[in-house]
Design a protein around this ligand. Structure first.
Ligand code: EPS
Length: 397
């Protein structure tokens, strides 16, 4: 069985997006309605541009599925682009005035051309639809282990919610988020965020923000401290920094750790025998500054990830740039775009983070089939609850 992994392909204005997952165990149900609902959510959010009125993202399974269940083979999905026009030079003309902040300049030099078009087609956030589809598949798998992800918008510019998301209120928070035009579980802050986006549109500018993802139900031990490449938090950081326009990622308290002493950072441990059947196996913390990971492994607390999305680089007002053909000063090019895509980014991050949890869960529990995976998972929890194992020599000396 290969490790759980995925690859995406497809240009923003090509025929379609494609995503292939390998290492998927057999026998879990692919909830196509859930996957499509996540794709629709990614298309939404206040501040999106005209493209989303053209597209209606839906997943089509090409391989690896039989009668709604994964069969253990490579799983391929397609999302059709309605706005497919890449071969039409009139409709997708060369772009030679690079947008500061976009992949345009570095990409055109890298591929030794003065047309940024091919770089931008793949750098486009359209690709994130594939990443959501992959993550949503992983979430179908995680659900069978009782693991759930929840993502939302924390802030846009200076409009930030202080809402606290916990294991006992996240479903309510999800309801509030789903009622919000910006995917922020706070009605008052949503209004301010919409106002900020309206203002930015009038100013022909763009805005970014902070998004957060929480993963509930992970027992201790997903990920590994034995090698840096197997650390869950490192994998999450890699996945999140790979999302278009992300400039920072934090786990738990994140960069605030630098401003506090150890006793105000680390989450004290106590044991509560009434909680042994919860994901923390009874090892209770009153805070979660670690964001659910210690030593690159889950510690039984919810995994908490925060991502920073910069404002979109395509500004209607333009910025100082150059003509790549003449090197003369020019205003940067404008392509139809979004004023704000932070809401969409929250959906992308939620699913990208969930995929990394699933990747590490598969490494820990393995199995070619869901039956095997579930039994490995439950057997591990049984052994963990039995600690110390008898005889003690069964444990590492
Ligand atoms: C993007 C430009 C816009 C965005 C796009 C990302 O596309 P278009 O030029 O076709 O209007 O809407 O995002 C998506 C298409 C999407 O589905 O998220 C860019 O330049 O990155």
């Amino acid at each position: 069985m290969p490790p759980l992994n995925y690859q995406t392909a497809g240009e923003s204005h090509g025929a379609s997006l494609v995503v292939m997952l390998t290492g998927v165990p057999a026998g879990f149900s692919l909830d196509i309605d859930f996957i499509n609902a996540e794709l629709s959510r990614r298309q939404g959010g206040y501040g999106r541009g005209g493209r989303q009125r053209i597209e209606q993202d839906r997943v089509e399974f090409l391989t690896g599925v039989r009668r709604g269940k994964a069969i253990g083979a490579p799983l391929t999905m397609r999302i059709v682009n309605n706005d497919s026009r890449l071969d039409d030079l009139q409709k997708t003309p060369p772009v030679y005035r690079p947008r500061p902040g976009h992949a345009d300049l570095a990409g055109s030099i890298k591929w030794l051309t003065t047309d940024c078009r091919e770089t931008l087609e793949r750098a486009s956030a359209r690709e994130t639809a594939s990443r959501v589809a992959a993550g949503a598949v992983a979430r179908c798998l995680l659900r069978e282990l009782g693991i759930e992800a929840f993502g939302f918008v924390r802030s846009i510019l200076d409009a930030a919610t202080t809402a606290e998301v916990r294991g006992d209120n996240w479903q309510h928070m999800r309801k509030l988020r789903d009622e919000s035009e910006t995917y922020c579980p706070d009605a008052k802050v949503t209004e301010r965020q919409c106002e900020i986006i309206r203002r930015a549109k009038i100013d022909k500018d763009t805005v970014g923000g902070l998004v957060e993802a929480h993963v509930f139900g992970c027992p201790p031990g997903i990920g590994s401290s034995m090698d840096w490449t197997t650390k869950l938090d490192a994998r999450i950081a890699y996945a999140v920094m790979g999302i278009q326009a992300f400039k920072a990622v934090e786990i738990g308290l994140g960069k605030e750790c630098a401003a506090r002493v150890g006793s105000a950072v680390h989450d004290a441990i106590r044991f509560d025998a009434t909680k042994v059947d919860t994901p923390n196996l009874g090892f209770v913390r009153d805070s979660n500054n670690a964001g659910g990971t210690e030593g690159g492994m889950t510690n039984g607390q919810p995994v908490v990830v925060r991502g920073t999305m910069k404002p979109i680089a395509t500004l209607l007002r333009g910025m100082a740039s150059v003509d790549l053909n003449t090197k003369a000063p020019e205003h940067s090019a404008y392509e139809r775009s979004d004023v704000c895509a932070v809401s969409a980014a929250s959906v992308v991050m939620e699913n990208a983070v969930a995929f990394e949890v699933a990747r590490c869960a598969m490494e820990k529990f393995g199995g070619d089939s869901m039956v095997e995976l579930r039994q490995n998972f439950e057997n591990y929890l049984r052994l963990a609850r039995m600690l110390p194992l008898d005889p003690p020599s069964m444990t590492i000396a």
